[in-house]
Design a protein around this ligand. Sequence first.
Ligand SMILES: Nc1ncnc2c1ncn2[C@@H]1O[C@H](COP(=O)(O)OP(=O)(O)OP(=O)(O)O)[C@@H](O)[C@H]1O
Ligand SMILES: [Mg+2]
Length: 246
Amino acid sequence: MAQRLDESRRRERDQESARRELIAWVSHDLRSPLAGIRAMAEAMEDGVVDDPATVQRYLRTIGEESQRLSRLVDDLFELARIHQGTLQLHPEEVALGDLVSDVVAGAAPGAEARGVRLVGEADGLPPILVSAPELGRVLQNLLDNAIRHTPAGGVVAVRGASRPDGVLLSVVDECGGIPADDLVRVFEVAFRGDVARRRDEAGGGLGLAIAKGLVEAHDGDLTVENHERGCCFTIRLPATAATAGR
Ligand SMILES: Nc1ncnc2c1ncn2[C@@H]1O[C@H](COP(=O)(O)OP(=O)(O)OP(=O)(O)O)[C@@H](O)[C@H]1O
Ligand SMILES: [Mg+2]
């Protein structure tokens, strides 16, 4: 009894701290860029800034920042749908080899620009019942992270394996390994590692929380572990995936 009470108090505390972190996140990640956009627009409107080069730079920044903000708002919506259980999956028999090649082809230009070699080997897997757009999104999020954290000259690989009770899809990178303290936190909403936070292109820290939610909606799980040169995210999907939302 006492143990159950402790457990429920701990869960409440965790939920409360997750809520506080999300509020801090919204305030920092949405409000600060909005304040920046407003300041630039006002400076141009008031004529404080009028030399053409600066005006061009402000306009470009405003455009880029608005795009980034609308991506963040989309991600927040997706996360809310997952948490509320209103996510609608549309399961169909999917040839995983094709899905993996499509996502790999979409990520290839980004990988090439960073000098990262991208390889995908998921042929020969049995078709599986999943919601293709959502599974594609999960792979895209994982590939996006893997490519961003792998230095030029490194390799990012997508691998598939068939198991009696389902399939495994792994994204293996050469990021050098995730610090042990971070490894247990990467799936938290708004969590960003130190290195990611220091970079200009840092995202909202929502990608992995969304990916995990989408995989769990398929009754699967998403886990991470380090290997000698980097880390490996593994999606496990049961043969009867995609039962949610039907
Ligand atoms: N493949 C990876 N290699 C090394 N670190 C990673 C990798 N994937 C995630 N991480 C760490 O986990 C954190 C959370 O990842 P997540 O995808 O949720 O957020 P993000 O990439 O920072 O932002 P977003 O995905 O919302 O654009 C990252 O900031 C990074 O510190
Ligand atoms: Mg990400």
